[in-house]
Ligand binder design. Structure first.
Ligand SMILES: *[C@@H]1O[C@H](CO)[C@@H](O)[C@H](O)[C@H]1NC(C)=O
Length: 209
């Protein structure tokens, strides 16, 4: 038998493990680093930091893509900060599309909740993988690869997505090419598109130059 002092010592060791940091609720006012936001003091943390109701509200699809992305990333949902996960809701009106885009920081798992959605991605070997998904179907979109979602139903379609990062990032290809002030000549050179096509897309998407 161990003397009682040994037992107490091991008990102390096991309870001191409880000092492991359980969470790091993001403080959006504090500094942001590649590891995420700095932690809100535990004394200020409440259940509301771990609950997000925004995904229950349809996004506004009155826009050029007839679609909306409602993010539940660390900036909107401080409880996911530091936990390696986040989520979003996609609303696609009839004809709606989430244009070709990447999340540099995360893989994505999409689950169709309403309607039908055609989704897929292009690998870095330029192989194409896509399928029309029905309610209840899922697709996984690997980190960093270009991918898209198109409404394949005549009704409003909805999907919920989860990400393998609280800060997945989002870069939309058409916006990157045509919604900024990179001179048209350079856009034409680097895309092989002609001047009229580039000027037209810049006008539609809000680019200049
Ligand atoms: C949706 O967005 C459009 C365009 O910005 C705006 O005119 C409309 O008021 C918005 N609808 C709602 C319900 O917020």
């Amino acid at each position: 038998m161990f003397p009682i002092c040994f037992i107490l010592f091991f008990l102390f060791l096991s309870t001191s493990n409880a000092a492991v940091q359980d969470f790091c609720v993001g403080d959006p006012m504090g500094p942001e680093s590649p590891a995420g936001y700095s932690c809100k003091p535990v004394t200020k943390v409440t259940i509301d930091d771990f609950v997000f109701s925004g995904l229950g509200i349809p996004g506004n699809t009155t826009n050029i893509i007839n679609a909306a992305v409602t993010p539940a990333f660390a900036a909107q949902f401080p409880g996911v900060n530091g936990l390696g996960i986040s989520a979003a809701r996609l609303d696609l009106a009839p004809g709606g599309v989430i244009p070709m885009h990447t999340h540099p920081g995360a893989s994505e798992l999409l689950i169709v909740a309403r309607g039908r959605i055609t989704s897929g991605f292009i690998s870095s070997a330029n192989n194409v993988y896509y399928k029309t998904l029905k309610k209840g179907d899922s697709i996984v979109l690997p980190q960093g690869l270009l991918h898209f979602q198109v409404n394949a139903a005549k009704i409003h379609s909805v999907a919920f997505v989860s990400f393998s990062s609280p800060v997945p990032g989002l870069q939309i290809l058409d916006f990157a090419l045509f919604a900024n002030n990179l001179p048209s000549l350079l856009v034409e050179k680097t895309t092989f598109l002609d001047d009229a096509q580039v000027k037209k897309l810049k006008a539609v998407l809000g680019g200049t130059g």
